[in-house]
Design a protein around this ligand. Structure first.
Ligand code: XMP
Length: 430
């Protein structure tokens, strides 16, 4: 293994991720583990150079103090206690350590090498995945989103044709999205890729369904059904690859570091399809996942793309989805993205998309009355998607986008810009 590691034991702190980032900023790899890790578990982690017990206000949970197994103190690692007065450590801090104190502990007391970088991370994960998987096969749902794309690229490097990627096109993808998944993964990286065009199946199921939550449920459960059907066709799969990343792990303060997404995703598959998980990105923050993708040679457009909801354009083609309006959403979204890229807004604005409601308005076209749909443009900035403000897009850019949508997109005679912050609006319309 290439990298030294500092282990943070979560004893109820809400600042574990901040601490992990501080250590990584020093160039040293750091992982957060639950407080009830066993001494054997701790010793089995590779290249551990030191341990930080990170206490906090949640130290007492349900009347029980969160403590570690006393044997951990005897494991021989340098230990630092943060905000945990009863821990038997030679060094302690009342709050998160200042940079200089942390540097002293990590680099001098623990003697950790500042050798954390993406190249080493990838090499280590490749080695770990090969060890975990052996000569068995891994199945991966490759949506084309950042996390699944990066995990696919990493697993291809580690196990090549033992990885089977399944890309389900639910017909609600953005323009050319499935094509680019095929181009990058099949043609360039030579992945073992199964492409399933399930457009008709999804759109048939969604026909006439107007309720947003009912639409989401249909898309979600149909996706699992299609994926499951493909999984059953394949022989000898033992593992399921997942693009779980650090923010998917919640800090609960007791049985810490619980995998929310894993449970959620795997929970959707039937009992007899039992897989062991392979999650090589689960210790990475989003920006690190992107760097990892770039290091693995993925195109920047794939690695730096904006968030895109699982139900795809389905929640942007408002009300009951029709092919006509779905096409208007897809084409107008492609124009918006192209013009934002040209104006340099694609890296600046957090999320931007178009929406087509399910009503028409009156207009004039070629000197005659028209009765057509409208396109709403939305562009927002946010830190955590819990609240959001709108982007004040330059008027000329908006004008150009409007002109192109009106000229190039069928069945559209009007374009609006959504001025609403979140709250009271949400980012998506449904
Ligand atoms: P809202 O509309 O709740 O969106 O303000 C917050 C963020 O979540 C995304 N979003 C979804 N992502 N499945 C997803 O994977 C969904 O059903 C879903 N709904 C909203 C949305 O794009 C925004 O980034």
């Amino acid at each position: 293994m290439k990298q030294d590691m500092i282990v943070i034991l979560d004893l109820g702190s809400t600042e574990n991720t901040t601490l992990a980032r501080q250590i990584r900023d020093l160039g040293v790899y750091s992982e957060i583990h639950p407080h009830d890790i066993t001494p054997e578990g701790l010793k089995s982690l590779p290249n551990v150079k030191g341990v930080i017990l990170n206490g906090g206000k949640n130290r007492v949970v349900d009347g029980t103090a969160v403590e570690i197994d006393p044997v951990l103190y005897e494991c021989g690692f340098p230990m630092l206690a943060v905000d945990h007065p009863t821990a038997r450590c030679d060094r302690r801090m009342e709050t998160l350590p200042e940079e200089a104190d942390l540097k002293e502990f990590v680099l001098n007391v623990c003697g950790a090498q500042a050798n954390w970088n993406m190249k080493n991370f990838i090499e280590d994960q490749v080695e770990l995945v090969r060890k975990q998987v052996g000569d068995k096969k891994v199945l991966l749902a490759l949506s084309g989103g950042v996390d699944s794309s990066v995990v696919a690229a990493l697993l291809i490097r580690a196990i090549g044709q033992q990885l089977v990627c399944v890309h389900v096109n639910h017909g609600l993808m953005r323009k050319d999205e499935s094509e680019s998944v095929i181009e990058v993964f099949k043609n360039q990286l030579h992945a073992n890729l199964v492409y399933v065009d399930a457009t008709d199946r999804f759109l048939d199921k969604l026909a006439g369904v107007a309720d947003p939550e009912a639409k989401r449920k249909i898309i979600g459960s149909e996706f699992i059904r299609v994926f499951e059907e493909e999984a059953r066709k394949l022989e000898g799969i033992d593992f399921l690859g997942q693009g779980t990343i650090y923010p998917d792990i919640i800090e609960s303060g007791t049985k810490t570091a619980k995998m929310v997404k894993s449970h959620h995703n795997v929970g959707g598959l039937p009992e007899d399809l039992k897989f062991e998980l392979v999650e090589p990105l689960k210790q990475l923050f989003k920006d690190e996942v992107r760097s990892c993708g770039v290091e693995l040679g993925l195109p920047e457009a794939m690695v730096y793309r904006q968030p895109f909801p699982g139900p795809g354009l389905g929640v942007r083609c408002l009300g009951a989805i029709t092919r006509e309006r779905l096409s208007a959403v897809r084409e107008s979204d492609a124009i918006l993205r192209e013009e934002f890229r040209k104006a340099g807004l694609d890296r600046k604005v957090w999320q931007y998309f178009t929406v087509v409601p399910d009503f028409k308005s009156v207009g004039v076209k070629n000197n005659a009355r028209s009765f057509d749909y409208l396109v709403i443009i939305r562009a927002i900035n946010t830190v955590d998607a819990m609240s959001a403000t709108i982007e004040r897009v330059d008027w000329d850019v908006l004008q150009r986008i409007t002109d192109r949508i009106l000229a190039e997109v069928d069945h559209v005679n009007r374009v609006c810009y959504d001025m609403s912050p979140k709250p009271p609006a949400t980012i998506e319309f449904e």
